[in-house]
Design a protein around this ligand. Structure first.
Ligand code: 8YV
Length: 318
């Protein structure tokens, strides 16, 4: 069996794979593969290990007639045409659960960084701008007693809610379906999307991407929000209209934003959002703790090998 991974994997993971399959991986940690390179690389393979931005669409799947499994090293799989894969009897798997806590932690790290202006604070210290003490020096936004609105109340959304409770925040959420059990267990309340937008001091976006959710948060939605509210997106860039977000932040219609994800990744360094002081950014590292990333890689391999050995994978998508 032949397997191709679109990114470099750690040596111990590669060794494990090599005990079972003929393994190849993309050689560069710097340069992601183009679609043409993916088409070329998967022509004769039985299994693919993929990540978030690999376009595994109809055209790529057509060019890979032997593929039996796409094992995605991520919980999100909006880069894969799952319908087409299913038609072709290709199993798709992902890595839910193992990354829930790490992603919720980074969401909170970014939320706190924006609330307490940590990038500006760090700059002030490093660049000799720290001259004295003043009453409202870098004064930020209090979490205790504030309202956090969470869009998407799945595993990670709920983990964010539990953390918010620890910070004495009121938790409200919107989700496509209500989650009464989680509401009760955590102490959160469901509201319509508009009401969450109006009430939230902090808005956390924690939805999977789907085409119908593109720009879920655009100019109209941002206009409903409090002028000092903070938007945190650690889900997918396409859920937020970045141009509208920029306008709102620049014109004082929104307090700050904290973004781990962008519509185009890596985000171009001349992106207008990067010029604003009230924007905290990270390079899509929500799940990136050593323990979590290694667990994700391990689960990805277990899923892949299960399918190739005609067994049921642990976390199937289709
Ligand atoms: C991944 C993520 O690291 O799991 C996801 O959906 O966005 C991240 O945890 C990234 O997508 C690489 O595949």
């Amino acid at each position: 069996m032949k397997v191709f991974a679109t990114r470099k994997l750690p040596e111990e993971i590669v060794k494990k794979l090599e005990q079972h399959v003929e393994y190849k991986e993309w050689h560069s940690a710097e340069q992601p593969m183009t679609k043409e390179q993916i088409v070329d690389a998967v022509k004769d393979v039985d299994g693919i290990i993929s990540v978030l931005s690999d376009p595994l669409d109809k055209e790529v799947l057509e060019s890979a007639p032997n593929v039996k499994v796409i094992s995605q090293l991520a919980v999100g799989f909006n880069n894969i045409d799952v319908e087409e894969a299913t038609k072709r009897s290709i199993r798709v798997t992902n890595t839910p659960d193992v990354l829930t806590n790490a992603t919720a932690d980074l969401t909170f790290a970014l939320l706190l960084a924006a609330a307490r202006k940590l990038s500006a604070a760090s700059k002030e210290v490093r660049e000799g701008e720290w001259k004295s003490w003043s009453l409202l020096q870098l004064a930020g936004k209090e979490l205790s007693g504030s309202t956090i609105g969470i869009l998407g109340f799945g595993r990670i959304g709920q983990a964010v809610a539990r953390r918010a409770k620890g910070f004495d925040m009121d938790v409200i959420y919107w989700n496509r379906s209500k989650k009464p059990e989680a509401e009760q267990a955590i102490g959160a309340t469901y509201h319509e999307l508009k009401d969450v937008l109006k009430q939230a001091d902090f808005l956390v976006i924690m939805l999977p991407f789907a085409p119908e959710l593109k720009y879920l948060i655009g100019a109209e939605e941002l206009a409903l929000m409090k002028e000092d509210a903070i938007v945190v997106n650690t889900a997918r860039g396409g859920l937020v209209d970045e141009a509208a977000l920029y306008e709102a932040l620049k014109n004082g219609k929104l307090g700050a934003a904290a973004l781990d994800v962008f519509e185009q990744e890596p985000v171009p360094t001349d992106h207008p959002l990067l010029t604003l002081p009230n924007v905290e950014v990270a390079p899509h590292i929500g799940s990136s703790t050593i323990a979590t990333r290694m667990e994700m890689a391990d689960l990805t391999v277990r899923n892949l090998l299960a399918v190739l050995q005609n067994k049921e994978p642990e976390t199937p998508v289709n």
